[in-house]
Design a protein around this ligand. Structure first.
Ligand SMILES: C[S@@+](CC[C@H](N)C(=O)[O-])C[C@H]1O[C@@H](n2cnc3c(N)ncnc32)[C@H](O)[C@@H]1O
Length: 389
């Protein structure tokens, strides 16, 4: 929100991605009998709505959980925390007013007024239920508490995922001062960088681009076996980052799907509303009518000038390699795109003899369609051999 309490376009994009992701996540988790409980934590939940009438994360999450709790036989818990009691009271009133009479027994909501970090430390300590799936939305005003040790401890408690919002430009702007040592450890930024990247990281030695810095953060947050997916939301000159952590490749795909909505390859190419360069995905948000397509309500995502990168360039590093369907699937996700975005590209590579597909016995299968097995399915081994000049 800005100083007038209005929700800003980049926030709306962030919340839209969250609101698209959570229902699909719940469907996936619910279809697996293993999990008996799904817990969602919004630890900086705010007051629920903005001065310009937009709903914040707390209301949107409640709405998603209420919808899913009425169709899935699981227990759901939503923890809405904000250090300011006025905010949680406002959220509670808003929820009671808006969803009057539509409560369900298998959804409980807790309103908490703790410091977010303390709440998570308790959560980590008390987390004993192996049948509980947890999702954490971490949306602070600043970066100071977004230290990776907190997330790694949370993620290690069991099957869990985290979505972190980082006011990226606020950090990037001051990197020079940190490098030139005009900022010392007393500034939260220095300890943030040291803890997350390590004291010897190259950002302390040389100037890094915004893309390089985001990649460094993405790598830093990807602890143990967790996969991290980051992207920029750019509003005017300011960039904000979302970093999503999961253990599951499917989770990564569904998260990217939520960022891209349901854009098919042709649409994706034609609109050029997303930019990918140096493996970094940027969604550029503009207010008003400059955007080409209204993907995120009033906030529009516009065409970026730089190269979309959805070309064979993406597959340069595959040349000369033979990979399985799972490897290729993971490679595509690591490029921040979805299998469906490159299906036609793979078809044309196959037609031009730049790609040969073999079955698990190593027999060339000229009929096999690329993309058919591009899912995380280690059993269906299809080999993709890439050639080219
Ligand atoms: C960026 S806003 C959250 C916006 C909210 N997620 C939404 O979509 O409406 C950050 C919130 O964090 C709260 N806050 C600030 N410091 C906190 C802390 N240490 N622990 C918990 N909440 C805190 C503030 O009161 C504020 O409401």
């Amino acid at each position: 929100m800005n100083t007038e309490g209005n929700i800003q376009p980049h926030s709306k994009v962030k919340l839209t991605i969250l609101q698209r992701y959570i229902p699909t996540l719940i469907d996936i988790i619910s279809f697996r009998s293993k999990w008996t409980k799904i817990k969602v934590l919004d630890v900086f939940c705010g007051k629920g709505f903005s001065s310009n009438g937009e709903e914040g994360s707390a209301i949107r999450l409640f709405d998603c959980l209420l919808g899913k709790a009425s169709v899935h036989q699981k227990n759901f818990e939503l923890i809405l925390n904000d250090i300011d009691q006025n905010n949680t009271s406002s959220v509670r009133n808003h929820i009671e007013e808006k969803f009057k009479g539509s409560t369900v027994k298998n959804l409980t909501v807790s309103y908490v007024n703790s410091d977010a970090q303390t709440l998570l430390e308790q959560e980590i300590k008390n987390s004993k239920d192996p049948l509980e799936f947890k999702f954490l939305f971490y949306d602070p005003f600043n970066y100071k508490s977004t230290k990776k040790s907190l997330f790694s401890s949370f993620l290690e408690t069991g099957r869990s995922e985290v979505l972190i919002f980082i006011p990226f430009s606020n950090i990037y702007r001051f990197l020079k001062a940190v490098r030139e040592k005009t900022w010392n450890d007393e500034h939260g930024l220095v300890s943030y960088l040291k803890e997350n990247l390590g004291e010897k990281h190259e950002i302390f030695q040389r100037e890094v681009t915004e893309n390089e810095f985001l990649k460094a953060l993405e790598d830093a947050y990807s602890v143990n076996n967790f996969r991290s997916t980051s992207l920029f939301i750019q509003e005017k000159q300011n960039r904000y980052a979302l970093i999503f952590l999961t253990k599951s490749p499917k989770g990564q795909e569904v998260f990217l799907e939520a960022c891209y909505k349901d854009l098919k390859e042709d649409e994706f190419k034609a609109n050029r509303i997303y930019s990918i360069s140096d493996n970094v995905l940027t969604l550029k948000v503009v207010d008003g009518d400059q955007g080409q397509r209204d993907l995120f309500g009033q906030s529009q995502v516009s065409q970026l000038d730089d190269d979309l990168g959805l070309t064979e360039k993406l597959f340069q590093e595959m040349k000369g390699k033979t990979v399985t369907n799972s490897d290729l699937y993971e490679f595509i996700l690591s490029k921040k795109i979805l299998p469906k975005h490159v299906k036609n590209l793979l078809y044309s590579m196959k037609e031009n003899n730049k790609l040969i597909i073999k079955d698990s016995a190593g027999v060339v299968d000229s009929k096999k369609k690329p993309g058919l097995y591009l899912a995380f399915n280690p059993d269906k081994k299809v080999m993709y051999e890439f050639y080219g000049n």
